[in-house]
Design a protein around this ligand. Sequence first.
Ligand code: SOE
Length: 401
Amino acid sequence: MKQDALNVAMIGSKFMGRAHANAYSQAGRFFDLPRPVVMHTLAARNLAQTRQFAQRWGWLHASDHWQAVVRDPQIDLVDVGTPNHVHMEQAVAALEAGKHVACEKPLAGTLDDARAMLLAAKRRPKQHTFVWYNYRRCPALALAYQLARAGKLGRIYHVRACYLQDWAGPDAPLVWRFQGKVAGSGSLGDLCAHSIDTARFITGDQITEVEGAVLETFIKQRAVLSDAAGGEISGKGADAKTRKGKSTVDDVVLFIARFKGGAVASFEASRLATGYKNNNRIEIHGDKGAIRFDFERLSELDWYDATADDRLAGWTTINVSNPGVANGGHPYAHAWWPTAHAIGYEHTFINQVADMVQVLSGSKPVVPLPDFADAYETQKVLHAVTESARHRCPVKLSQIK
Ligand code: SOE
């Protein structure tokens, strides 16, 4: 039986604004949702541009006053798709207005902001919170989660995760992702947060210690592009005057971590990994098996069964897109295409909207959705890495509240 419509308001209309808008518009077409999603209001800074974006992507209303939008009694869910430094203000306002809240990752730019979001969510237990760690909704990583929960990996020894891009070379201007006061960190919060979340998600374990952290800023000055009137604009503009500004975040991060269950891990993330475009990789080794994933081959999960007959030992590449396998098919495959008709990056967001609607309808997601409390555990790791790099010493998560 169809329940009441879910009226969504979204704050933000850039990269994640497009990814989320697409997901809200598509989820009801590919999934049988218990509640229809209504793309009610889009809020962003420039009203004329917001109206254009809203019309293009199917939002019913447009506003340049997010504070009023989050208080609109018609809105059920507020989606915060803005830069990290305003996540806390917007998410807390929406929670205080009685809304469910979905927030982009990382939870916030700083631990203090993330803690304020967590406390606001704890004060309102009937309101759901979600964080867009979208890679959990790659069918291959969802299957890895299911294999791990079924004990197929056994005792986990070792996690190896890296997230490598190369768009942030010397020509990349000083956009908000390079401004510490806005982003909080660079590759650490932008990329490595995904790896930390994925490692915690699949292992079902918590990181207890961080050591040997290195945060490196190779490109210390970047072009600040401003228009003729002197207003700062990001991106390249023919009429822009160019001056240099200081990049105050890490370009590259590396660290070692220990899990509560005894596993050890190495993490690295870089936006200067020349040659890699969106190479989000993780490998997990247990005493019964191992998994290997690379987002640049996102439909495939490599699986090694350490319990198989030695004559059959070897890595198997599973195309995680078969709706017909046992237990209802591979995760999310029922909603998409016949086996091996690949899906892409955008589908991880559509899968997330479908799972959020299930939770907001009293049902369960295909695999767990991170709420603010879950995402706060990842935020504590981000903070521990920063402290370990700053003081060149190990940092125990128990020291961080
Ligand atoms: C930029 O590095 C970025 O868009 C990240 O912010 C996203 O979280 C990641 O999914 C793709 O790369």
